[in-house]
Design a protein around this ligand. Structure first.
Ligand SMILES: Cc1ncc(COP(=O)(O)O)c(C=O)c1O
Length: 374
């Protein structure tokens, strides 16, 4: 075995020893309590037929975009979609990225420079952290949702300072105290960027997100919305000023150096947004969350506090949480075991995602199963 081969083999062996090895699974034929398809759009037959019918009838909905947006991959439809998305979220402008990962990496790596500072919540998504790393700015984290910790980091910051938070945290499901964070950042002249990946579709009128719900649109520097969660599609957008949009077109490398998504993907995003705008799915999804919380009320202290579809039950230890997920799978339900190092040691958990399409009986059966594991 060559030296490099040996190195990767040792690192994989370490993951095996730690019980943290990741592997892909194709197994989908269980009740879905693990996907981000909170509103069921990804599986909606009517939406699928609509998109396919339109795509078949109009040859401009090509299967490939043929190039990056700056070369051959741009068109009027894409630009109109960006305007529609910006309008929906009450933003001045939007710029599409191929994924939320790309959006965060492109945004955070480009907007600050050496000598500036990025302060991120310690639970911020890997894409925020990776973007910040690429920026060459000073980097700090503050304790999760802790304003005092944030204030201490703001006092130590240098240059232009950006505070990075998620409005709904992807692993814990809780919300950031956004109004207070924005107030604090304003006091220090810092700018706030909010990743709304898990808030879109769930919070705010018609699912516009938590920033809109709290009327902070004009007080945050930028927002990242993703299409792969509640919208049931794929891709993302950065929302902000027109100047920010121009800046990203010039400086965000994950935007510049990547083939644009195909028109058929943009068509899907457009129809998903129309469905969100014309529907009123939020009361029903919050009713599902209440049903779940009622069904686990006698052991709710094992769960992290959350009013979102993400409900995490702490079961410390990779082995324990893996076995628990396996047991639940054997009973016909897909839930995800979240292991260390994705979360801190001792915070391993079963991450249960609730959906509009989960029947109350399924929710109750899952709760009973979970209770037997405690
Ligand atoms: C908070 C947050 N931001 C960004 C992303 C990345 O989005 P995407 O899956 O579209 O790359 C995710 C997805 O896991 C996320 O949870």
């Amino acid at each position: 075995m060559g030296k490099l081969e040996q190195q990767i083999s040792d690192r994989l062996a370490k993951r095996e020893t730690d019980q943290s090895i990741r592997s892909l699974s194709t197994d989908k034929d269980r009740v879905d309590f693990y996907s981000n398809d909170y509103l069921g759009f990804a599986r909606c037959p009517a939406l699928r037929s609509e998109v396919l019918e339109i795509a078949l009838a109009h040859e401009e909905y090509t299967l490939g975009s043929t190039g990056s947006r700056l070369i051959s991959g741009n068109d009027d439809f894409t630009e109109q979609l960006e305007k529609d998305i910006a309008g929906f979220h009450y933003a001045e402008s939007a710029l599409l990225f191929n994924s939320g990962y790309d959006a965060n990496v492109g945004l955070f790596s480009s907007i600050v420079q050496r000598g500036d500072t990025i302060i991120a919540d310690e639970l911020a998504h890997a894409s925020i952290i990776d973007g910040a790393r690429l920026s060459n700015a000073f980097r700090y984290t503050f304790k999760h949702n802790d304003l005092e910790s944030l204030e201490n980091k703001l006092k130590a910051s240098k240059g232009n300072t950006v505070v990075a938070v998620e409005s709904v945290y992807s692993m814990d499901g809780d919300q950031a105290p956004l109004t207070e964070i924005v107030q604090l950042a304003e006091k220090f002249g810092a700018s706030v960027i909010v990743d709304e990946a898990h808030a879109v579709g769930i919070f705010g009128a018609q699912g516009r997100g938590l920033v809109c719900q709290l009327e902070l649109e004009n007080r945050v520097f930028a927002r990242v919305v993703t299409f792969g969660k509640s919208l049931g599609a794929h891709g993302a957008a950065v929302l902000g000023s027109s100047k920010l949009r121009s800046f990203l077109i010039n400086y965000a490398r994950s935007f510049i150096y990547s083939t644009a998504a195909p028109a058929i993907a943009h068509l899907t995003v457009k129809r998903c947004y129309e469905r969100l705008q014309n529907g009123n799915f939020q009361p029903a999804v919050h009713e599902k969350i209440r049903t779940f919380k009622k069904s686990v009320s006698s052991f709710s202290h094992f769960f992290l506090p959350s009013d979102s579809p993400i409900q995490s039950l702490i079961l410390p230890g990779n082995q324990r949480v893996r076995q628990a997920a396996e047991h639940i799978r054997n009973e016909g339900f897909n839930v995800k075991a979240i292991l260390h190092p994705t979360v801190q040691q001792g915070n391993e958990r079963l991450r249960i995602c609730l959906h509009l399409f989960n029947h109350d009986t399924e929710i109750n059966t899952l709760s009973q199963l979970v209770q037997t594991l405690l």
